[in-house]
Structure formats: C-alpha cells, structure tokens
Design a protein around this ligand. Sequence first.
Ligand SMILES: [Zn+2]
Length: 59
Amino acid sequence: MSNEAERRVLVVHLPGGDGLCIGCRAWWSRLTPYPCWQVDWAISRQARSLTAAVLGGRA
Ligand SMILES: [Zn+2]
C-alpha cells in the first residue's frame, strides 16, 4: 500500500486564512473547519505506517 493517497489529501487540504479547509471548499464547495476529517485520516494513516516501520514492518 502506498502513501500516495495520503500525500494527495495533505497537498490539497490546507488551512485557509478563515480557519476553513481549502481543499474541501475547492472539491465539494463545503465549508469545513480545518483540520477536516480527510486530514485527520491522512495524518493517522501516516502515523500508523511510521509506527509500523519503527516496529519492523509489523502492521
Ligand atoms: Zn478538507
């Protein structure tokens, strides 16, 4: 499994000056406070894969 999906989410979903997620507004015209659930998902996925790497690849 690659990290491409997570990276793509984190590239697009950025905090706007008004505290809302730029990516959610651009993709869905949805006003979502940042961090949105997609960012939470991507960060938790990255943290888990990092933990797995530290533990020697055990998932
Ligand atoms: Zn978002």
